[in-house]
Design a binder for this molecule. Sequence first.
Ligand SMILES: [Zn+2]
Ligand SMILES: [Zn+2]
Length: 264
Amino acid sequence: MRICVLASGSKGNCTFIEGENTRILIDAGLTKAEIENRLKIIGIDPNSIDSILVTHEHNDHIKGLGAFSRAHNCKIFAHPDTWAAMQEKVGTLDTSKRIGIYGNDFVINELTISSFDLSHDSAHCLGFSVYEDKKKFSIATDLGFIDDNIIKQLADSSLVVLESNHDITRLMQNPHYPILLKKRILSKRGHLNNKDSAEAVLKMLGYGIRGLIAGHLSEENNTPELVLKTLKNTVANQGGDLAKELYVDIAKQHHVGNIYRIKS
Ligand SMILES: [Zn+2]
Ligand SMILES: [Zn+2]
C-alpha cells in the first residue's frame, strides 16, 4: 500500500492511497485542477482514481469533490448526514456514484475500509482506517478531542495521520482571531491541539504504530517546530526517546508530502 498526503490544513485536505490494483482519495478539499496537478506530481493519472472517501462537509475537505468526481468518474463514499449537508456544493452526480457509509466496514476492491466517528462541528465527521491484507493506514483529523476508543481504532496502523492543529498559547494570544472563533477551535467539537495530540501519540506508541504524520496544522497558530517539540517533550517526560520510537513527518498545506509504502 502506498500513501501520500497531497495537502493538509484549513486551506484544503486530500490524501492519496493506493492498493495493489485500486487508487482512492480521502477528501477532495483542493480545486479539481489542483488535485489533478498534485496527483501528476507523484506520477498518478487522475482518471485512475476509483473512489473518494469524505470525512465531512467543510469546504477544506470537499472543495473539488463534485468536479473531480464528474471529470474522473469516481464513486464518492460519505455518511448520510454528510451527504445531506454537502448536497448543494457537490452538485449533480450519477446516483451510482453516491454511496452511503453506515458505520460498518466496507470494501473497495482489495481495500477494506473501516470508519469511526470524530467529534467536530460538522453534520458528521469520520476518521478512516484502510486495510490491505495486514497492512493498515489510519487518518484522524478535524476532531475536538481524542479518547481511548479512537486511539484503539488507530492501533496497529503502520502509518497514522493525526491532527495536531494548534498550540493553545499561540492561539489564545493571536490578536487576529475573534474570541468566538478561538472558543470554537478549542471546544470539544473543534480541532485537536498539539498537547492532546502528543499525549495520544504517547499512548499509541504501545500499540505498534511505526510512523506518524502530524496533520491539519494551523498556519497561524502552529509551526512544525512546535509540533515536534511538544511530541519530543511529551515522550521524554515519560522517559522515552521520540527519535528512537517513532518516525515523524509533518503534512504540508502547499506541497505534496512524501510517498510512503507500507510493506506489511
Ligand atoms: Zn478541516
Ligand atoms: Zn472541519
